[in-house]
Design a protein around this ligand. Structure first.
Ligand code: SF4
Length: 331
């Protein structure tokens, strides 16, 4: 499967079947915390990165194999920003025609200032946009958007979308210590959220390998400050860790590569998730994958994560893959 992955358990969406409509790390933001590594280059061009018919054919094949109860949501997400796919409206309409399962969209929301993009995704049942900043300065430091993106236009796009949208609107705030967990930064985010009238806000913290080595989750005080400030105007949820379960994949190799490409994991998590195979089978398959060079290992937070071979992470301020100095150190 090239475009469809899972179903995988999601903290917010239960058992989620993912549709990944863009190539690895195709994004118009370059978030310091991105678990898929750096966006190199940062891409702001909307086009058909893959033929929509091919993506829809794969979704149809997968749905035909599922039995009721296998999946709670179908989710556009994965390797980058789904709204960069120029035919996202066709993809949403095509999936809605195939199934009555609810459809979700994980997005940074940065194209919602365009009326045609807002219209294209009005039919999804839940939109989960990233809202990490309430000011231009923090936006630039945390999300590091493409130079052609204006913070003000981006926020007005989200507000315009929210006014027209009748589905579930569940923003996520990813907190990075020292960047957006201060009182001032949180008050700015709260002001944006107040305009967006979310049904619920999910606070998240980096637990997967961030693109930049210096990224840290907030301490308890920062997290409590966020809950107190953001919770003044809306219900806030701090999600716990989700166990990833790989039982729906047919082989161990498919399971590991299919998931770590979109969701880097530590070896012990991989082993736990593969418990339907024997310890010896899992060890053999992991050794085979490692030797094949189809994944890379990345060190963060004192742990080793398995992640996609093509992902680009910084290492001591340098690009891990090329050895070149990183252009963007901690601002
Ligand atoms: S976290 Fe999402 S929006 Fe940010 S760079 Fe990664 S894929 Fe793009």
């Amino acid at each position: 499967m090239k475009y469809v992955f899972g179903p995988v358990p999601s903290r917010r969406l239960g058992r989620s079947l993912g549709i990944d409509p863009v190539p690895l790390k195709t994004c118009n933001w370059n978030c310091v915390y991105c678990q898929l590594g750096r966006s190199t280059p940062v891409v702001n061009e909307r086009r058909d990165y893959f033929p929509p018919e091919e993506i829809l054919a794969e979704v149809e094949q997968t749905l035909a194999r599922l039995v009721p109860g296998d999946v709670d949501w179908i989710t556009f997400a994965g390797s980058g920003e789904p709204l960069l796919h120029a035919s996202i409206g066709r993809l949403v309409a095509g999936v809605k025609q195939m199934t009555t399962l609810p459809v979700a969209l994980l997005t940074n929301g940065s194209f919602l200032h365009l009326a045609e993009v807002r219209d294209a995704v009005l039919a999804v049942d839940a939109v989960l946009p990233s809202i990490d900043a309430g000011s231009r300065e923090v936006f630039r430091r945390v999300d590091r958007p493409h130079g052609g993106i204006s913070f003000e236009e981006h926020i007005e796009g989200l507000v315009a979308f929210r006014q027209a949208y009748l589905g579930k609107f569940w923003p996520e705030v990813m907190l990075v210590k020292g960047l957006n967990d201060t009182e001032a930064a949180l008050a700015d985010i709260a002001a944006v959220l107040e305009r967006l009238r979310p049904d619920i806000v999910h606070i998240n913290v980096p637990t997967r390998p961030p693109a930049e080595t210096w990224v840290e989750p907030p301490d308890d005080e920062g997290l409590m400050r966020a809950v107190a400030i953001l919770g003044k105007s809306t219900q806030v949820v701090v999600p716990g860790e989700a166990e990833v379960d790989l039982v729906s994949f047919e082989t161990i190799v498919d399971a590991v590569i299919g998931i770590v490409t979109r969701h880097p994991m530590r070896e012990e998590e991989i082993r736990r998730a593969l418990n339907r195979w024997s310890h010896a089978e899992v060890s053999r398959a992991l050794a085979e994958i490692e030797a094949s060079g189809r994944i890379q290992m990345i060190e963060r937070f004192g742990a080793t994560f398995w992640t996609a071979l093509g992902s680009r992470y910084s290492q001591d301020g340098h690009d891990r893959n090329t050895g070149e100095p990183g252009k963007r150190e901690r601002p």
